[in-house]
Write a protein that binds this ligand. Structure first.
Ligand SMILES: NC(=O)c1ccc[n+]([C@@H]2O[C@H](COP(=O)([O-])OP(=O)(O)OC[C@H]3O[C@@H](n4cnc5c(N)ncnc54)[C@H](OP(=O)(O)O)[C@@H]3O)[C@@H](O)[C@H]2O)c1
Length: 231
């Protein structure tokens, strides 16, 4: 049976989680890893028996050009998602990209037509959809057990990557506006919006407020309240 040849970019905290998943999947073969710091790439390659290692800022480009990959898994800081996606599409690779897919609307507009022109699978990490609790809630809504839903409150927060899940890179990109591309709305809001759509369908009105409480040293919002009206 055919196995998918996988190359992963970004040997950080979430890269390791992707590697754990791929290494348990008999349909996948981990071929190569690319990361900015050679030591980080090597630690991951040794742990998961990945034969080829690429290091440096252009490691992802070299890897995608040199290896015959079926799948590219993208676990880099946010600002690199779109360029790596575009390169992977050019080389006809299926893509698993960490959220957020891009850091601007312009980037999404660049990705959409080239992706749609090819028969590739593109998947982003909205893993909460696979949490059994949300499946249960959706069944309860669909079966009418909860009656008419008039209001939902969804709270989501964390202490930042360096305390919450030990993001690895010394680049410390997460609180850097240009590299992260935004604050809490982009980081956590995308998960909330995905789950609300999964449970309730499409919304037609939205308003909200972003603010920075200055609890952490960052330019973007560290707090956000959003109100959606669902159709
Ligand atoms: N789905 C979720 O719930 C969830 C949760 C957390 C994070 N994420 C997402 O996962 C992504 C990674 O976050 P993280 O927490 O894993 O960060 P991280 O630990 O800092 O990992 C980022 C990795 O990317 C590598 N990298 C940076 N520039 C690179 C380049 N030019 N070429 C190749 N590799 C490069 C870094 O290498 P060095 O170590 O050498 O600097 C680092 O290993 C982000 O997009 C984040 O939003 C998703």
């Amino acid at each position: 049976m055919m196995t998918f040849k996988v190359g992963l970019v970004g040997a950080g905290a979430f890269g390791i989680k992707h590697l754990l998943g791929f290494s348990k999947n008999p349909d996948c073969e981990l071929i190569s890893i690319a990361s900015r710091t050679e030591e980080h790439a090597k630690i991951a390659s040794e742990k998961f028996n990945i034969p080829k290692v690429y290091a440096g800022n252009d490691s992802w480009e070299k890897m995608i050009d040199s290896e015959k990959l079926d799948v590219v898994s993208i676990c880099t800081p946010n600002y690199l998602h779109a360029p790596i996606i575009l390169k992977a599409i050019e080389k006809n690779c299926h893509i698993l990209c960490e959220k957020p897919i891009a850091i601007s609307h312009e980037e999404l507009e660049q990705i959409e037509p080239v992706l749609n022109a090819k028969n590739l699978i593109f998947f982003t990490s909205f893993q909460k959809r696979y949490n059994p609790i949300f499946n249960l809630v959706r069944s309860a809504i669909d079966e009418g057990i909860l009656g008419k839903i008039t209001s939902v409150r969804y709270f989501f927060s964390h202490y930042g990557p360096y305390k919450s899940w030990k993001a690895l890179s010394e680049e410390k990109w997460f609180f850097d506006s240009e590299k992260a591309g935004g604050g809490v709305l982009l980081d956590l809001g995308v998960h909330c919006i995905d789950i609300l759509q999964y449970l309730l369908g499409e919304y037609d009105k939205v308003n909200g407020i972003n603010f920075n409480t200055s609890c952490i040293n960052m330019d973007d919002e560290d707090n956000c309240n959003v109100l959606f009206r669902f159709k």
